[in-house]
Design a protein around this ligand. Sequence first.
Ligand SMILES: C[S@@+](CC[C@H](N)C(=O)[O-])C[C@H]1O[C@@H](n2cnc3c(N)ncnc32)[C@H](O)[C@@H]1O
Length: 241
Amino acid sequence: MSESTDILSTSTVRNAYKLWAPVYDQTFGIMVRAGRIRAVKHINNSKAGRVLEVGVGTGLSLPHYRTDLEVTGIDLSPEMLEKAQDRMQNKNLTHVDDLLVMDASDLDFPDNSFDTVVAMFVMTVVPDPVAVMRELQRVCAPGGEVLLVNHFSADEGVRGWVEQKMASFKSTGLWNPEFPVDRVMVCDELELRESYDLHPFGLFKLLSFTKLEDEMARNDKQRLTTRATTQYAPSTAQAGL
Ligand SMILES: C[S@@+](CC[C@H](N)C(=O)[O-])C[C@H]1O[C@@H](n2cnc3c(N)ncnc32)[C@H](O)[C@@H]1O
């Protein structure tokens, strides 16, 4: 197993969201509404057919998807997912194919199953973000998109100040102030295409990755990364070593 975040295990996450499920929509769910709506709009504007939403929670996003998409949602928490199932039935969301209890770090889908894979406000609360990123990459079809909406830590400015104020929320299972963006830059086949700040305060970012189509494109990416690292790394003389 790869690196895990410090406070989380599968059972702590399950226990935390069992408690959050009855009040999630009226609390954190509302606070992050703007980012969620923005991400779904991004998906609705793209070519996507089959969409996997990882950590779908209570399904707040589900009514906003284009109705010709085929959406599957998974979540670790049965209590959160039960809310999503109620929403699907009450609102007759026929574009939702399936809602399943599943661990994002061990997805029960074949390789290349989805055109778009999205995880909103999830990466900071999963026990093993590296394993989850590898699974998102695996189940996304070549040429498809992996979309993350997440908080990534900053030290300065208004964001840094807001983050310090929110540090006490770490124990809630909703928020981790110390989550640098390189924790999700771990997949050879995923190329970052877009990154922008979301409301409120730019506390959250939307990252859009494309899954590279073939071996040659992956080799190109590797070559460019190696060249950039060699060109821009300070020489030992410059670094005063
Ligand atoms: C902050 S909530 C976000 C819910 C939803 N995406 C939204 O926009 O409101 C995080 C969700 O991730 C789920 N989660 C955490 N770890 C997970 C894992 N390893 N696999 C699947 N879901 C997970 C939690 O159960 C919870 O429903």
